[in-house]
Ligand binder design. Structure first.
Ligand code: NAP
Ligand code: MG
Length: 482
């Protein structure tokens, strides 16, 4: 095997302040609560910065600022004017892409290759895409019901809560369509990854976005709860766990707030015996080891046709043995750090449960750094559908392998899950792809590929994976009064 010399990306391009306030009404303000927390680099446990924990009164200030900006400026601007701001934000993101990618990798632990080549291009693409919609909303098919060509109305103030796995990308998925439709926003990033959202606040200033159109309140679950419960919020958009999603659905039930929930997943990646196996191996690796498996739509259950199981698993283990785990800022790194100690505990305990329930564990033989949070790429064979590792979302680099004999059995096993976010099908037969896609209860079905994203394509779940769609023309509906 080739040895690779280190190829570190420089962190000099980022300028992290020692301490951050909240971004309210276009200004940096101190929290009225005063409590501060630290965000760390999960690859080294080094403290990166301190940030504020917004309390209820802070959330109230932010919602008030968003309301004022909505009434006095943003909802009155014609779409073509809103579009100019979104285009400006998109271009600034492109100009600052390298800095934002390094900042994301530092705060989150993901490999720079992914933040640079996947997250950041998609973030900019989302703003460009929705900028294009801002002056064409009347043609999107979501009119007021009084005839084609009626200008659909925005909802008002959107409360947006995002997780830590794709911090800036989830921000883009939320903020770009909300602003394009004429809403104003209060966004809460996750506790372990606030830094790119705070950098985005600076980008809003750089783009001369009117004060109050975007407000960023950092904090933890309590901040999110206060935001969801605030009476002057018109729309709640949440991405995160099914457990918290349920609580949010309960809170908004009986109010006039609209809600979209993007929750967990346990996707089946289904490989038929006629598939191009080398290509399937790459797709499996991308499906579950991309972003350390911290992906809601990860292909965490491999369903392989029995006749090719041995051949496929041998090839997969060979491939996994070549993955390089380590410094996220090294451009050769494939597997970065687990985002937090708490997430590492969860991955460990579910993996241990897999062994206790009788599945067989195999981990890639890679050295683990002394500092930071790490988990080697791992797969389990001999997995039964009743095992916890086949049912629960692990949200880490752990693959559960099951087998099937017939297409009907593959469909039945794939759909035997409380979730329904995504699925993958590997076969050379087009007719089989269509037959499978028709039967799989999943929001996205990838064929001979996996984890492909595009701002023009809608994304969202069935069953306990949530409701509502983000992305594409469909993603506008969640932010319009229709
Ligand atoms: P999480 O615990 O549900 O947290 C998500 C966000 O909600 C965080 O900002 C969190 O704040 C906040 N929050 C926590 N408790 C809250 C409450 N009571 N009220 C309001 N907000 C609250 O999920 P996570 O562990 O960070 O993220 C992983 C999950 O996200 C996985 O299940 C994954 O599948 C899902 N996900 C889904 C998608 C999708 O599009 N479907 C995309 C990515 C991730 P703090 O973190 O600061 O506590
Ligand atoms: Mg962090």
């Amino acid at each position: 095997m080739f040895e690779y010399a280190p190829a570190p990306e420089s962190r000099d391009v980022v300028d992290i302040q020692p301490s951050y306030g909240l971004f309210v009404n276009g200004e940096w303000v101190d929290s009225l609560g005063g409590e501060r927390h630290k965000t760390i680099n999960p690859a080294s446990e080094e403290v990166l910065a301190e940030f504020s924990y917004a309390v209820e009164a802070d959330v109230d200030r932010a919602v008030t600022a968003a309301r004022k900006a909505y009434d006095s400026v943003w909802s009155r601007l014609p779409g073509r004017e809103r579009a100019k701001y979104l285009f400006r934000i998109a271009r600034i993101i492109q100009e600052r892409a390298r800095e934002l990618a390094v900042l994301e990798s530092l705060d989150n632990g993901k490999p720079i290759r992914e933040s640079r080549d996947v997250d950041l291009p998609l973030v900019a693409a989302h703003f460009f895409y929705y900028a294009g919609w801002a002056d064409k909303l009347r043609y999107a098919g979501f009119g007021r019901g009084d005839g084609l060509g009626a200008e659909p109305r925005p909802l008002g103030v959107a409360a947006q809560i995002i997780p830590w796995n794709f911090p800036l990308l989830m921000l883009a998925w939320k903020i770009a369509p909300a602003l394009a439709c004429g809403n104003t926003v209060v966004l809460k990033p996750a506790e372990t990854t606030p830094l790119t959202a705070l950098a985005f606040a600076e980008i809003c200033r750089q783009a001369d976005l009117p004060p109050g159109v975007v407000n960023i309140v950092t904090g933890a679950g309590e901040t999110g709860r206060a935001l969801v419960e605030h009476p002057d919020v018109n729309k709640v958009a949440f991405t995160g766990s099914t457990e918290v999603g349920r609580m949010i659905a309960r809170t908004v039930a009986g109010t006039r707030k609209k809600v979209t929930l993007e929750l967990g997943g346990k996707a089946a990646n289904i490989v038929f015996d006629d598939a191009a196996l080398d290509q399937a191996v790459e797709g499996i690796v991308n499906g579950i080891f991309f972003n350390q498996g911290h992906v809601c739509c990860a292909g965490s259950r491999l369903l392989v046709q029995e006749s090719v199981e041995t051949e496929l698993l041998d090839a997969l283990k060979r491939r996994l043995s070549t993955l390089r785990l380590g410094d996220p800022l090294d451009k050769n790194t494939d597997i970065g750090a687990i985002n937090s100690a708490a997430q590492l505990d969860k991955i460990r305990s579910l993996s241990d449960a897999g062994e206790q329930e009788g599945a067989e564990r195999w981990s890639a033989p890679c050295p683990i750094p002394d500092k930071g949070f790490w988990f080697p790429p791992t797969l389990f064979t001999g997995v039964a559908q009743s095992h916890r590792i086949a049912r629960e979302e692990i949200f880490g680099p752990v693959l559960s392998v099951l087998t099937f004999r017939t297409p009907a059995e593959a469909v039945e096993k794939a759909n035997n899950s409380p979730y329904g976010l995504s699925a993958g099908v590997w076969t050379e037969k087009g007719s089989r792809i269509l037959w499978m896609a028709d039967k799989l209860r999943a929001g996205v079905v990838w064929a001979n590929t996996f984890n492909r994203f595009d701002p023009t394509s809608p994304f969202g779940g069935y069953k306990e994976s949530g409701y509502g769609r983000e992305g594409g023309r469909h993603g506008l509906e969640a932010y319009l009064d229709v």
